[in-house]
Design a protein around this ligand. Sequence first.
Ligand SMILES: Nc1ncnc2c1ncn2[C@@H]1O[C@H](COP(=O)(O)OP(=O)(O)OP(=O)(O)O)[C@@H](O)[C@H]1O
Length: 637
Amino acid sequence: MDTGRDIRKRLAAALAPINDGTARTFIATMVSITSWRSAVALVLTLFRSLTQGAQLLLLVPLMQIIGLDVQQGSVGWLSGLVSSAFAAVGLRPTLSAVLGAFVVLATLLSAITWWQTIFNLRLEQEFVATLRRRFYRAVAGTEWLVFSKIRSSDLTHALTTELNRVGGAASVLLSLVTNAVLLSVYVALALKLSATMTAVVFLSGAALLLALGKRTRAARWTGQETSLATNGLYSAAIEHLGGMKTTKSYGAEDRTTRIFSDFTDRVAQMFVRTTRVYAGTAFWFSTGSVAILCAILYVSIEVLNMASAGIILLLFLFNRMMPLFSSLQNNCQAFANAMPAFAGVLSLLERCEAASEKKGGRPGREIELHRHVRLEEVSFSYGAEEKAPAIHDLSLEIEAGKTTAIVGSSGAGKSTVADLVMGLIKPTGGRVLVDERPLTPEYMDSWRDRIGYVTQDTFLFNDTIRANLLWASPAASDEEMERALKMAAATDFVSRLPHGIETVLGDRGVRLSGGEKQRLALARALLRRPSLLILDEATSALDSENERRIQRAIEELRGRMTILVITHRLSTIQSADVIHVLEHGRLVESGDWEALVSRMNGRFKTLSQAQGYGEADNGRRPSHDPRPAPEANLLSE
Ligand SMILES: Nc1ncnc2c1ncn2[C@@H]1O[C@H](COP(=O)(O)OP(=O)(O)OP(=O)(O)O)[C@@H](O)[C@H]1O
């Protein structure tokens, strides 16, 4: 036989899935976000439960009216209570008064339920929206290096599906509290009627809960598996849709469809399993409830010889209580099922918050670029697993008002230098200085405000061109936008679009060609009138005509703006004031074009010759088309 300790242990095990740290954190988070609204929800629940209890009590005068004896035992006490309530409002418990009261209470109950439904839904949505905003802010504020190591599909999955499930958990929790309060009201009434019978029902209910505790654990397991399966489905969907062109060109549609189908099957399987757990529970509860109700009837009539009014009232009460046990069990399962989603969101959130970029500082911490950006013996490693640092003891200068180029083979560390200059990553050794001021967190907002950054991987919103431009510089006027578009050689194609600057761009700007997108991204950067314009392979998708136009525009900016060009293609940097050549994260050569191409056996000279720049005219005029197919780029190793 189970000892008290055994039962306590089993009870703790049954409740473990909803009573662990995650559940406690969930409740604490929900209460802290919804604050006083949680208290209002509780008060509404209490009102609703009391109204339902009062409605049930109206059975007592009704039984009296149809001729049952309601004066015996505890029913007599309840009958006295109801009569006093009627007397308090100056009525006698006649049939019409009782039915009238019933209608009033039913209307009140419907009104409270209606209000509670909307209130709880708002509460749930507010909770999820706040959590979602907090999550997004944490993600956006995460240090670049940490962010770049998190799978974007994990973040998308957490922000969408998983946070929806967390919202579901909030709703379940509210319903769990409602059911628990209602059950307490019924229990209080039942105790008044028959302590013995209530104890029997409670023990039976508890026994059922214990017996089905395994199912709550199963619900948590299916919850975990559902999180994994939907996460897999998300990343597969994102990867497969993003790579559809490659898939088609490889004729691999069937293969990717098969991979995708596996994920889909897994998700379907997990949902079926979850429902099976719920359905099993419902089966055992309804069967158990009937058995318990029969036992109650038997004991009340045969053993306790209870009066008929008491039996009817108890039957009504227990008939309402048993589904509440079942609902509680269901709530527990659904809550346990959603907890892995919350745990996953929380773990990502904590990871992002722990790696939050410490920037912002005090107002007035302005930084200006008047003289130069200087890298002083800078080293940088992406992680302990890296064999050699990405940047090694690098010292170089980006002079204000000049155009500086960084060239080098693929993986030489060019983009890492740009990230260091922007302060997106911190040197593991050495310093980055702006006008001899170390680039520390308190200057970061001011510094980034002064940067225009254009990459090869252009990112445009699914919105109008105007909105895309204003995103970078919200106060820009129409004239400024036009000027920026002109400087980026984008005026022609924008004016040819159906609605000009008001044209809505498709998903990631798909309606535009790669070169058009790059020109818009450049216009957006120029609109900020940056002190430092960083072009990281920014003209890689442009044809020679547009590249020349942009180069001309950039040349017109000379002296007004500091420009850092990172490129494979030497055609874009012929007029750069200084060219730095990187190799394996080290600086191997620096100088202007003439100086570098005239250096015997110089690395740059070799590179320029490999790209078709001959001896004639100081190696400026390519001996053949300097623009080979990108994959044949001769700077790549
Ligand atoms: N987020 C990252 N995590 C780990 N290693 C990285 C990361 N980004 C870059 N690296 C590594 O650092 C080195 C320098 O990369 P970087 O992107 O700066 O080179 P790059 O010269 O810009 O190359 P490319 O011209 O091909 O863009 C490479 O070996 C690369 O594998």
